[in-house]
Design a binder for this molecule. Structure first.
Ligand code: SF4
Length: 254
């Protein structure tokens, strides 16, 4: 799959920027990495995975490692786990207030990028943080700016940009990129999941929740138990609807 590189990106490659590939183990991060390695010199690429202990699919780190093909890979973790975060707040994150993304993924990844730049002065603090968001996934992602200067992180000698290289790709194109690279997507897709990262995501479809409940019954029990203990549902109800607990949504008894 050819990428129409903007002149801004071409210039950043020439300037020797570090390109960081955010990789959750899902298809979008995998396809993004397969594409970027065609354009970005290997010594300017770094892969980072924010690991979510206990809630992501088994084999995710191994899967990512198999697709990095020798590129440096950093696996980072937040100081708290997903369950600790929910227990402390007494509620699950919501699609509007996604503390899970900001605290468990974005925060740790940005911390690792700062560390890496400091330890590798050859990049001169110049970094492009690449994320695998796609327009097809949601109206919000469709509206997201594909490339932008990140003023919040451009301090202490850093010049930081955010880039969504696969924003315009369809789901089918993403799988085609993975196949063309001679790779396979994470096993959970073959088992019926449509999205990856956390097995049970606060934004998952009913179908994915049911599939995950069947594939990971013990973990499902933990979510169901947590909902009942804190009296708060994991899934936000649709506008005008009453909240529903996981067992009500899936129809699967824990
Ligand atoms: S996969 Fe879902 S639940 Fe997990 S961190 Fe991302 S948004 Fe939150």
């Amino acid at each position: 799959m050819a990428l129409a590189l903007s002149s801004q990106i071409a210039r950043l490659i020439d300037r020797g920027a570090l390109f960081v590939v955010n990789h959750s183990g899902g298809k979008d991060g995998q396809a993004m990495l397969a594409i970027l390695r065609q354009y970005i010199p290997a010594d300017q690429l770094l892969v980072i995975h924010a690991h979510l202990p206990g809630v992501e699919w088994p084999g995710t780190i191994e899967h990512i490692r198999a697709t990095t093909k020798g590129l440096p890979l950093i696996v980072c973790e937040a100081v708290k786990t997903f369950f600790q975060m929910v227990e402390r707040r007494g509620m699950f994150p919501s699609p509007q207030q996604r503390q899970c993304t900001s605290d468990l993924k974005r925060g740790p990844i940005e911390r690792e990028i700062r560390r890496y730049l400091k330890a590798n002065p050859r990049f001169g603090g110049l970094v492009v943080n690449c994320m695998g968001l796609r327009a097809q996934e949601s109206p919000k992602r469709a509206k997201a700016q594909e490339f932008k200067f990140n003023a919040r992180n451009s301090k202490a000698g850093r010049e930081w940009y955010d880039w969504l290289p696969v924003q315009d790709l369809t789901k089918d194109q993403v799988f085609a990129v993975i196949a063309a690279a001679g790779e396979k997507p994470h096993w959970a897709y073959g088992a019926g999941m449509t999205r990856l990262s956390c097995c049970f995501c606060i934004m998952a479809s009913r179908q994915d929740l049911c599939t995950a409940a069947r594939l990971r019954p013990k973990l499902y029990r933990r979510y169901v138990g947590l909902e009942s203990r804190i009296g708060h549902t994991m899934m936000m109800p649709a506008k005008g609807e009453a909240p529903k607990y996981l067992e009500e949504i899936t129809g699967i008894s824990a």
